[in-house]
Design a protein around this ligand. Structure first.
Ligand code: NAP
Length: 642
């Protein structure tokens, strides 16, 4: 197989090579893609019915025998297609597309969700999340400011450019990419399925992994910037300091500072914040933190100048970041101690570190529409809504105290079993690794065994003793022991609820955004804030989708909503749109009620999902469908219109 030439096209591959390629396909997506060869979805069902089985080794619910039969059938059909010199595939009728969509996960998709599903499938590259704005309707000299050039900022720039709306993007960093530029710790990788984690308008199937690394992710976003000609629209090393709303002229006066410290002021009609939720590293409030005599840094600002070889290293924190980099650095260190305050739930994901084979990548390039159907398969199985139903609380539930429903308890049992199995009879380790809160209470961590394997190494310790203080030589734990270290790495997460800080935003009647929020950020649909006209957030309060899907889906929906607001303004000669206070309040009452019905809203759990008041200010407590629906088109009735 290693000698095979995977640069060949389908027309030129041998039978043997085709068989090998097909042996590595996702069967439901493969069968759906075969529909295009005959213009019908029926022939290629191979008598099977896939169904999504969460957390199973093979999530398609098929037996190995069924897969073999399906692939043999696919081989015959693709062989004939190849022998006929690969004519252009048929365009499927809407009915056939729908049928294939139902087939792929073995569930009847509710009729009302079909529009969202076919938008996501994006079979012929229609990009239905794009909102067209009539050329000529944009007022002269209208200008939008986008703050941040990460995933959301690039998305905003693409949409504004497509619509012909003048804009600037500013970013305080020296390079584009946001989180994918800043987080460079060893082992940093995406933990959403990568074939879902890309823009609908820039689909990418040639990812090197199922969950690729930070360099590949950054490279993707930079390629999108080049492809859409955005580089010149982005001012780097420019930090927005303040924005002041002028009621009379309906404009924002924005003050920013460049890398040389020079301040400048510009005027914009609208502002889109694309600052993200996870950009300000959080250091723990541990006594003596500054007294440590060795090297100390935060995982999100990795110190690549410090060589960990032969060093005694402490890692504080056991969230997604630590679980990604600890296995990468362990073998270099002389001693590695991981300080765990609470254990994360580990969600089995076998393919977490698996690279794509050349044959798999070949299939995405060469089997007509296979890549599209594979993305759709992931959306159905991991996205809509994946594990979400397992995280909803059940009324009067009186099962295990670290569970919130029967489903949640069943999930807990499965995860506990997986931990015990991996701990391999080390009861103390297993006990330390089993979280004391329900699954979904905090952000779970994907796991393919590397984490526990690393913790079992002789020079690695999982330290569950609470930290008392940090001293010059190391870390003192509550039992009085002093643990000596050369390096302390803080994997202690982000100030997630500090949306837009430290920017001073002054809206209508002189109200300041952070004073208004008082540490409790709230927005209508996570996008607009009363008192702050023509101001929009991407990935704002309560927009975090938590179920293993792609946050890009959420941001794309939000950006369509924002474009809808701009379109409404332009078409109706509206100078300013400001969301009504009552709509925002009612919406957030609903959010809070629903958050309390989720595992992460439980009063016994604390995490970055909650703000200092204990209110869940980060997560969206509903389904993808609800999110899609509520952000599809703005309702003018929600706004004060100037
Ligand atoms: P995190 O999930 O907030 O984890 C922070 C860790 O530090 C927790 O284990 C926390 O313990 C611990 N901690 C905080 N203060 C402490 C203290 N004073 N003493 C001891 N321990 C303390 O941070 P993260 O791992 O950086 O991840 C944050 C989020 O970023 C993730 O949930 C995810 O959404 C995102 N992320 C994504 C990826 C990706 O794959 N794409 C990778 C990394 C991060 P407690 O749990 O007890 O508070």
């Amino acid at each position: 197989m290693t000698n095979m030439d995977w640069s060949l096209s389908l027309k030129d591959v041998s039978d043997k090579q085709l068989r090998i390629a097909l042996s590595q396909t996702n069967v439901p997506a493969l069968l759906a893609s075969l529909s295009h060869l005959d213009g019908s979805s029926r022939q290629f069902r191979a008598g099977i019915t896939p169904r999504v089985v969460q957390l199973a080794e093979e999530e398609d619910g098929l037996s190995e025998e069924e897969r073999v039969t399906a692939r043999a059938l696919a081989f015959d059909r693709l062989q004939a297609y190849r022998n006929a010199s690969c004519p252009d595939p048929e365009k499927l009728s809407d009915a056939s597309v729908e049928e294939a969509m139902h087939f792929i996960t073995g569930e009847k998709i509710p009729a009302e969700q079909m529009a969202m599903m076919s938008e996501e499938l994006n079979l012929y590259g229609e990009d239905r999340r794009r909102l067209n704005i009539e050329a000529g309707s944009v007022p002269q000299e209208y200008r939008v400011l986008v703050i941040g050039s990460g995933m959301s900022g690039i998305l905003a720039a693409v949409r504004l450019k497509e619509a012909g709306i003048p804009f600037d993007v500013v970013d305080k960093n020296p390079e584009i990419g946001g989180t994918w530029f800043l987080n460079t710790y060893p082992g940093c990788q995406v933990d959403s399925a990568n074939h879902l984690y890309n823009y609908i308008f820039a689909p990418e199937s040639q990812w090197p992994g199922h969950f690729s690394g930070q360099p590949e992710l950054l490279d993707y976003f930079l390629r999108v910037v080049e492809e859409f000609g955005l580089r010149d629209d982005i001012q780097l090393e420019t930090e927005v300091l303040s924005a002041l709303w002028h009621e009379k002229t309906a404009e924002w006066e924005v003050c920013s500072r460049n890398s040389e410290g020079k301040k400048s002021t510009s005027r914009y009609d609208s502002i889109v914040s694309a600052c993200g939720q996870l950009n300000l590293p959080a250091f723990p409030d541990i006594p003596g933190r500054d007294s440590f005599a060795g090297i100390a840094f935060h995982s999100a600002r990795w110190n690549h100048g410090s060589d960990l070889s032969g060093k005694r290293v402490a890692v504080i924190g056991t969230g997604c970041s630590a679980v990604q980099f600890v296995p990468e650095i362990a073998d270099k260190t002389a001693k590695l101690q991981v300080f765990q305050r609470s254990a994360p739930w580990l969600l089995p994901a076998e393919e977490y570190h698996l690279t794509m084979t050349e044959a798999e990548l070949w299939c995405f390039r060469n089997i007509p529409f296979y890549a599209r159907w594979y993305r759709f398969y992931l959306f159905r199985s991991r996205g809509v809504d994946g594990l979400l139903p397992f995280f909803f609380t059940q009324k009067n539930w009186n099962g295990h105290s670290h569970s919130v429903s029967a489903d949640n308890a069943a999930l807990r049992d499965a995860l506990v079993e997986s931990i015990r199995e991996q701990a391999g009879g080390d009861e103390a380790l297993a006990a330390a690794l089993i979280p004391d809160y329900p699954p979904g209470g905090k952000r779970p961590v994907l796991d393919d065994g590397q984490w526990i394997d690393t913790l079992k190494k002789p020079h690695v310790t999982l330290q569950s003793q609470p930290i008392l203080a940090i001293e010059a030589e190391g870390i003192r734990t509550e039992d009085g022991a002093l643990h000596n270290f050369d390096v302390v790495i803080y994997a202690t997460g982000f100030k997630a609820d500090h949306f837009l800080q430290p920017i001073k935003m002054t809206g209508r009647d002189g109200r300041e955004l952070h004073d208004t929020w008082k540490g409790n950020p709230q927005a209508y649909l996570g996008i607009t804030v009363p008192g702050f006209p023509n101001f929009y957030c991407l990935y704002g309060p309560n927009t975090n989708i938590v179920t293993g899907s792609s946050i890009i889906f959420g941001s794309e929906c939000e950006m369509r909503y924002i474009m809808g607001c701009l379109k409404f303004q332009f078409e109706n000669g509206v100078k300013a749109l400001e969301v009504r206070e009552d709509r925002c309040r009612d919406y957030n009452v609903l959010i809070d009620t629903r958050s309390r019905e989720c595992a992460w809203g439980s009063e016994h759990v604390d995490s970055w999902y909650k703000n200092a008041e204990g209110r869940v200010s980060q997560n969206w407590p509903g389904t993808h469908w609800e999110w899609w629906q509520q952000t599809r088109t703005p309702d003018p009735g929600d706004f004060h219109i100037v």
